[in-house]
Structures are given as structure tokens and as C-alpha cells.
Design a protein around this ligand. Structure first.
Ligand SMILES: [Zn+2]
Length: 448
């Protein structure tokens, strides 16, 4: 400051130029900043910069940001907390017909961690490259839809659109670690019941091609641990029913089953997500020694763990029977443990899937809204992994998994996750079409 005054006195011409250029450049950068603050893409970038990656997701900042956005648009926002430190933000746009079942749009706030050193750009910088790619952890999974929901509503409100059905957006914690303290608690709450949800949309996945992908079910994950016991013995002896022999028999049988399922996929008769996958994840056996394992002794216990994924079209009871009779039978001295990670049936015992045919009127509304937005849909799919949608399907609420990303490589949980700005912006238009159609849909009561 002092230097500036000195120059002003000593070099009036230079000072004049300085004064001339300084305010100009200042206002220029300020207007850049303003434009930056005010665009859908910049709001997306701001959300991406909030670190909600595990193991220490900053939910407070995410909730504060999303809430401020919702209030700015003129929506209602309240924070629910079923588990301390794990807030859930519920945003509401009241419809003109509040007694009709509502529409719920869901998005999880958390993301998986990112290994910064393997990224082209820092994973929480939300850098936009000159070709429009926005690099950030969560850009595809699933912070894009979080902002697209709000931006679509912002646009609809500015067009004076009035929804008939009430529209809610839920921003939930902990999806990436199972959703047990997030969506699972939410669907069991009285607050959820009061929402009277008729139809819900949740995250989907990117599509490398021109067509949007839509998911009508998740596979249900099981962790299976099988244990074998047997008489220990000298490594040189041949005898029946050793723990290792019994475990190996099971692994052989399970491998054949795995092969039979994989053959169906290889033959092109089903997608990966449509068969039962059984993959070994650990084997635990042997008697440790300072140099490795004792080699001349057959152990009395051995166990193995498997990741099993069950599509909603398979019968979980049949799989349970198979485990009892073939994979871990008592006659081979075996026991087993199934670690269920979420529901496998809805509360009435039906499969956790949403119909994508004429029996589900919401499906037609969804399909029509996509084509009205100029989009094409690929064949509805089962998601190979799991999402929070399974908790809502458990309540028998129809849920479609959908993230409007075409011509985009599938990079969820991967290094260099990115979304193109043009794809992000087109997604807002798609949601405008979806939200206006879904919220205006009049159910034909007679057909129910
Ligand atoms: Zn996700």
C-alpha cells in the first residue's frame, strides 16, 4: 500500500495506468467469480470439493451446502439424524395435490476413498479441463444426480411449473459402507412413512454408448463362510474325512456351480448381473510354523469364504438348501455361516425388483419422459452391485436406478473418475422431463 502511494507521487502517468487497469482487472475477475458461483456446473464443482469420502466423510459440510441450495431455490429442507453424526437431508417441493403418493429422488452423499497419487488431477479439486471433463471422486457416483435433481427443480420453478404430487429429495449417508445407518434406518422411520412415497428414483450407472441405462433390481450380497473339521493326522497318512479333504470337496463342488453360472454368461444367454456369482475370497487353514506352515501334519480345521451375489430372479431358499446339502453338509463335518448384507425379499416375501412392463404404470411414465427428453433407453438391467434402492424395494416401493450419463466411460470407484460438463447439463434437462412427468402422473385407481 505504502509503495503504491509512493509510485503515485513519483510517476503520475504510471499511477494513472495502474488505476485504470486495476479496477478493470478487479471487476473482470469478480465477474468471472460471480459467473462461476452462479452456474449449474460451478455448483456441481463446489459440491464435489466437499470431501465426503470414507473413512471420514464430511457430512456436515455436504448437508450445509445442499440445504443452502435447496433454500435458495425456495424448497423446504430438514435434517434427520437416526444415528449421531450421520445426518440425512430431506428436501421437499410440495405439490398441489399433497394426498397423492409422492415422488422420492435419492442420492447418497458419501463416496469411496481416492488414491490421489494415481489421479491426473487431485480427486477433490473438481478440475474442469478444456475439453469439459470434470475430474472428481463422486462425479459419477453419485454427486452428479444430487445437483441435477436440484438444478432441474430450479429450472421447473423458474418456468412456473407446479407439481401435482409432492417431490422429495433424500440425501443419505453411508451408502458406500452398506447403508445400514443411512437408507436402512430411513425407510424404517415414521418420517419416511409420512412421505407416502409412490415411486422412487435412485442412482444408476454410466453408459459408454448413446443409450441411457436403467436398473430395476440389485443383486443381493451374501458372505458365506464354510468350515470343516476333521481328525488331525500325520502328513504321510491317507485317511477319510480330514478337514482339508472335506473343505476341498466343497470347493470342488462350488467351483462346478460357479462354472455353470459363468457358462451362461459366456454363452451370451444372460448378463453378469443376472446369474448367481460365487467367488472365493479367502482360505484359512494350516498350522503356522516359524518358516511358514507345518508340512507333515494335516490340520483339524479349515475354512473358506465366498462372496455370493444373488439376482432377484433366483430363489434364496434354494441356494440355502444347496449350501446345507452340497456345499457344507453335516455329513462331511461341515458348518457354515451366511452373512446377509441387507434384505433379500420385500416385507411381503416377494423378490426385490421393480417391474419394467405394463404392470407398472410408473415404468411407462418414466419411459415416455426419457424419450420426450430426446433420450433412448437400453434394455433394463439388474445392477451387478448393490445400492440403497434395495431398502426401498423392501418396502414394496417401485424404484428405478438411473443416472443420466451417456457416452461416458464407467469410472465409479476408479481412478480419474470424471463427468463431462455437457453430459452433466443434459442430465438436468432429462430430470426436468422426468420430474414434471412423474409429478403430474395421475394414477388410474380402477386398474389397481
Ligand atoms: Zn453410488
Amino acid at each position: 500500500m505504502a509503495n503504491f502511494h509512493l509510485h503515485y507521487r513519483l510517476f503520475p502517468v504510471a499511477a494513472f495506468l495502474l488505476l485504470l487497469s486495476f479496477p478493470l482487472s478487479f471487476s473482470h475477475s469478480q465477474s468471472d467469480n460471480e459467473a462461476d458461483q452462479d452456474s449449474p456446473v460451478s455448483r456441481f464443482q463446489r459440491y464435489l470439493r466437499i470431501k465426503t469420502a470414507h473413512p471420514d466423510p464430511d457430512y456436515a459440510s455436504a448437508v450445509a451446502f445442499l440445504k443452502s441450495q435447496a433454500l435458495e431455490i425456495g424448497l423446504n429442507a430438514r435434517i434427520l439424524e437416526f444415528v449421531p453424526g450421520k445426518p440425512l437431508l430431506l428436501v421437499t417441493w410440495y405439490g398441489s395435490n399433497p394426498s397423492s403418493p409422492s415422488i422420492l429422488l435419492n442420492s447418497h452423499m458419501d463416496s469411496v476413498p481416492a488414491e490421489s497419487s494415481k489421479w491426473l488431477h487431485p480427486p477433490f479439486s473438481a478440475v474442469r479441463t478444456s475439453d469439459g471433463r470434470i475430474f472428481a471422486r463422486g462425479s459419477q457416483d453419485d454427486k452428479c444426480i444430487a445437483i441435477q435433481y436440484l438444478e432441474a427443480i430450479r429450472n421447473l420453478r423458474s418456468q412456473n411449473f407446479v407439481p401435482a404430487r409432492t417431490i422429495h429429495i433424500s440425501y443419505v449417508p453411508d451408502e458406500e459402507i452398506g447403508g445400514f445407518d443411512g437408507a436402512a434406518k430411513f425407510v424404517q422411520s415414521k418420517e419416511f412413512k409420512e412421505l407416502n412415497v409412490g415411486f422412487m428414483m435412485d442412482e444408476g450407472q454410466a453408459s459408454p454408448g448413446d443409450e441411457f441405462r436403467v436398473f430395476y433390481a440389485d443383486r443381493s450380497p451374501w458372505g458365506l463362510i464354510i468350515k470343516a473339521k476333521g481328525t488331525p493326522g500325520h502328513g504321510s497318512r491317507m485317511y477319510d474325512n480330514s478337514a482339508m479333504e472335506n473343505l476341498m470337496k466343497s470347493i470342488e463342488i462350488m467351483s462346478r456351480f460357479r462354472e455353470s453360472q459363468f457358462e451362461i454368461v459366456k454363452a451370451g444367454e444372460a448378463a453378469n448381473s443376472e446369474v448367481i456369482s460365487v467367488n472365493p475370497v479367502f482360505v484359512n487353514a494350516g498350522i503356522p510354523s516359524p518358516t511358514g506352515f507345518v508340512m507333515n501334519m494335516q490340520p483339524s480345521e479349515a475354512e473358506a469364504g465366498f462372496d455370493i451375489r444373488i439376482p432377484p430372479t433366483a430363489d434364496p431358499d434354494a441356494i440355502r438348501r444347496r449350501i446345507v446339502e452340497e456345499w457344507a453338509p453335516a455329513r462331511r463335518n461341515m458348518t457354515f455361516q451366511i452373512i446377509e448384507k441387507g434384505p433379500i425379499r420385500d416385507y411381503l416375501g416377494g423378490p426385490l425388483m421393480t417391474m419394467t412392463n405394463d404392470s407398472n404404470p410408473w415404468w411407462s411414465v418414466f419411459k415416455t419422459a426419457i424419450s420426450e427428453a430426446g433420450g433412448k433407453l437400453s434394455r433394463p438391467e439388474i445392477l451387478a452391485t448393490t445400492t440403497d434402492a434395495r431398502f426401498m424395494r423392501q418396502m414394496k416401493i417401485p424404484v428405478l436406478g438411473f443416472s443420466p450419463m451417456t457416452n461416458t466411460p464407467i469410472l465409479l470407484h476408479d481412478h480419474n473418475e470424471f463427468l463431462r460438463d455437457s453430459v452433466f447439463l443434459r442430465g438436468i434437462k432429462v430430470y426436468e422431463s422426468l420430474i414434471s412427468a412423474l409429478s403430474s402422473f395421475q394414477e388410474d385407481v380402477s386398474s389397481q
